[in-house]
Each structure stands twice: as structure tokens, then as C-alpha cells.
Ligand binder design. Structure first.
Ligand SMILES: [Zn+2]
Length: 415
């Protein structure tokens, strides 16, 4: 058997999977559902042709292991699960490109490569049912908050531990999956970009620098309700005015610091047409790859809110909703990723990832990690119109395969 890499086969398999697990509204491979189990069974059949050991770990992640001459492992990751009405590429492109890379490596080294190569299909990356993404990878990385996860319920009131029991997973034991990372020397993941950056640059592929850190806060401005007719403009304590001045300000903050800021919601009380707003609550989401810049963006937003509050005689209070630090990928692997992209397509670009990915969890667990992005048409994902040009799909499999080879050599070289 000496089959070279066949990227067209990956595209054909993606279409086959789409036929099996999508309906007129898009992909329906929501984790722990029958369709997801069907997709997994289909994947297992694809893996049967390889001399790889296949097993599921305690968190429901599926591993295919091609034993090498060294126990040190190159991990290749992806996720078969989708959001409801999802696209045909998010997650499964990574897995199926990984299958193709395994085939090539197995053929090239007669089933016995210099290092162990492992494909992992993470369980419930999307968190579509329970609202907690990166379930399988965070359990494996040891960062899953067990108390929080134990209490999660889906919209029908089913608790996460009960849903897991249905598919044979003991919730209390999910972190035992962490042993899978024992010999992990590097982790690589291919993904569609899910944004418009590469599209706007006219580039097919990019090397990912890491995932953004996030600061997510609710900011409440408190003034005083007053009659809209009898209160002169100079006597108002208008909570909405102070909050509204934050809107242009966050664009300036994002521009000064090179990150992104979003006011995603705004609610007012009493919220009637005849009253000055007494209380205005906005949510602010700030993201940056650099921790110092992220901290600066938050500080500048706090200072601006305090200033607008003082100027309008309005009180301001902050509540943190959620926060995660930026997760930078491995510098050496980023360089290998760029080399691979340049070899395959001529030019490369480095970009951060706005969305979180399983790769971030693996990186947090201390495994050198990098991701490769392929251009998304329209910059759209989590939607049935999600798409990537077929020639770009083939190109990304080729570039990703080069990255696998370079990373194996890097692992052999003692990293
Ligand atoms: Zn994904």
C-alpha cells in the first residue's frame, strides 16, 4: 500500500458526510444525539482501513492511534459535532483532513512512523445543547469546572450528567481522559477561519497565533427617573446618555489597542416613553491576543464609563460576566505552519482566532500547539451557507499534511 495524499478524497468524504448527517437546514451533528453517533460510526468505518487503534476515552473523545517508533505523539484534532443547522465544514474538515494525513503517514512509513500519530475527535466542541463549549477537550486538559458542568441543563431540563450516561459516559470520571495527553509532544488543528480576514486579503490559508483573551462585563449606569416634560435638560441624571456615550468610545478603544470591543445589549428602566432613563445596563465584550493590551482596553473602558458617569451625575457599577486569558500558540510551530502554507500556496498570513477552539484547551494543558486556518467564503459559519472553495479545501489538506511532516520532524528533533 503506497497511497499518496489524496485531498480530493477529503472533499468527497466531506460531501458524503453532509449527505448522511444534514437536512435542508444544514448539518445536524449535535453532540450526543443519534446523528452525531451515526457520524462517529461512519468515521470509525473510515478508520478501519488503517492500522490504527481506535478507542473512546472517559470524556467521549474518539482517538485513532498509529503507533510509531517513539511513544512521543503528534496529535491532530477536530470535532465531528456541529451546531444545529450548522455548516458542512466546521469541525469535520479538521477530522477528515486528519484521516487523510494518517493515511499518507501510514503508507509512507509502512504503518510505523518515527513518532506516534494520533487523531482525536473531541466530544461536544460546540456546546450547542448545554451552552458549554469545548467539553471533551476541557475535560481532557483538566480545566473543566465540574461543579458548573454538573448543573448544566438543556432546554428540556435534561442534566448534562444524565445525557452523558445515555451515551455511556460517567460524568464524574471525565477528567481521567487527561491521561491521553501523557506523551503528547505537539498538537495541530486545521479549521475554517469562520471570519472574513483571509477572504479580504485574498489568501487561502493563514497561521493562527492563538485565541483571543476575553473580558466580558455588564456595566450599569444609575441616574434618576424624571418626567420627560417637566424636567429641564440641564437638570437630568440620564443613565442612557452616559451609557450611550460608551458606544463611540469603545470603537476608539478598539482602534487604539488593536482589539475588538462589542456592546451586545442595552436595557433601560423604567423603559417608558415619558421618563428619563433611571437605569441603563449594557454588556461589554472585549477581546485581544495580548494580555497587556486586553487589560488596557478594560481599564480605558472603566475610565471612560467613570468619566461619562461623573459628567452626567450618574453612578456606574461593573460586574464581570466571564473572562479568559489569551492563549498564544507555540512560536516554533507557528513558524512551521507558515513554512507549510508558503510551500503549498506561495504566501502566508498570521492572524489571531476570535472564536475559541479545542486547540486552546490543549495549549492550556501545556502541549505545544498551532492551528491553520483556511479561508471561509462570505466569512460566515454556524450557518448552512458556510462554505470554502473546493480548490482551497484541497490546498489546505496539502498544507496541513506538510505541517504534520514538519511537526513530526520537530518532535523527533527533541522538542
Ligand atoms: Zn469548530
Amino acid at each position: 500500500m503506497n497511497a499518496p495524499l489524496d485531498p480530493k478524497r477529503t472533499v468527497a468524504e466531506l460531501k458524503e458526510l453532509r449527505r448522511l448527517t444534514s437536512d435542508e437546514n444544514g448539518a445536524q451533528r449535535v453532540a450526543f444525539t443519534k446523528t452525531w453517533l451515526d457520524a462517529r460510526a461512519w468515521l470509525r468505518r473510515k478508520l478501519e482501513a488503517l492500522p490504527a487503534e481506535v478507542h473512546a476515552d472517559e470524556a467521549g473523545n474518539l482517538w485513532a492511534t498509529l503507533r510509531g517508533r517513539s511513544e512521543k505523539s503528534l496529535l491532530i484534532g477536530g470535532h465531528m459535532d456541529s451546531v444545529p443547522n450548522g455548516g458542512w465544514l466546521d469541525g469535520c474538515l479538521n477530522v477528515l483532513a486528519g484521516v487523510e494525513v494518517l493515511r499518507r503517514i501510514s503508507a509512507e512509513f509502512g504503518g510505523n512512523p518515527p513518532v506516534t500519530v494520533r487523531l482525536v475527535d473531541w466530544a461536544d466542541e460546540e456546546g450547542a445543547r448545554f451552552g458549554k463549549s469545548l467539553f471533551g477537550s476541557s475535560a481532557c486538559a483538566g480545566t473543566l469546572d465540574m461543579g458548573e458542568a454538573r448543573a448544566l441543563r438543556d432546554k428540556d431540563g435534561v442534566a448534562l450528567p444524565d445525557a452523558l450516561r445515555e451515551v455511556g459516559i460517567d460524568f464524574e470520571g471525565v477528567k481521567r481522559s487527561g491521561r491521553e495527553l501523557a506523551n503528547a509532544a505537539a498538537y495541530i488543528e486545521l479549521h475554517i477561519e469562520q471570519g472574513p480576514v483571509l477572504l479580504d486579503l485574498g489568501l487561502p490559508l493563514g497561521a493562527v497565533l492563538g485565541t483571543y483573551g476575553v473580558e466580558r462585563h455588564a456595566v450599569t449606569f444609575r441616574g434618576q427617573a424624571a418626567h420627560s416634560g417637566s424636567t429641564p435638560m440641564n437638570r437630568r441624571r440620564d443613565a442612557f446618555l452616559a451609557a450611550a456615550r460608551m458606544s463611540p468610545e469603545i470603537y476608539a478603544i478598539a482602534q487604539r489597542n488593536g482589539g475588538v470591543c462589542t456592546i451586545g445589549s442595552c436595557t433601560t428602566k423604567p423603559g417608558i416613553v415619558t421618563s428619563v432613563v433611571e437605569e441603563c445596563r449594557i454588556t461589554l465584550d472585549q477581546r485581544h491576543l495580548d494580555p497587556a493590551a486586553l487589560a488596557r482596553m478594560l481599564l480605558e473602558a472603566r475610565e471612560a464609563a467613570a468619566r461619562f458617569g461623573a459628567e452626567g451625575n450618574v453612578e456606574v457599577s461593573w460586574d464581570r460576566i466571564w473572562q479568559i486569558e489569551p492563549i498564544p500558540f507555540d512560536g516554533a510551530l507557528i513558524s512551521l505552519c507558515e513554512d507549510s502554507i508558503r510551500e503549498a500556496s506561495g504566501s502566508s498570513h498570521r492572524l489571531p482566532s476570535g472564536p475559541l477552539h479545542d486547540a486552546a484547551e490543549v495549549s492550556r494543558a501545556g502541549v505545544p500547539t498551532v492551528m491553520m486556518f483556511v479561508q471561509s467564503l462570505r466569512g460566515i459559519s454556524h450557518n448552512k451557507i458556510e462554505d470554502t472553495r473546493e480548490e482551497h479545501l484541497e490546498l489546505c489538506v496539502r498544507a496541513f499534511d506538510l505541517l504534520a511532516s514538519k511537526t513530526m520532524a520537530w518532535v523527533v528533533g527533541g522538542h
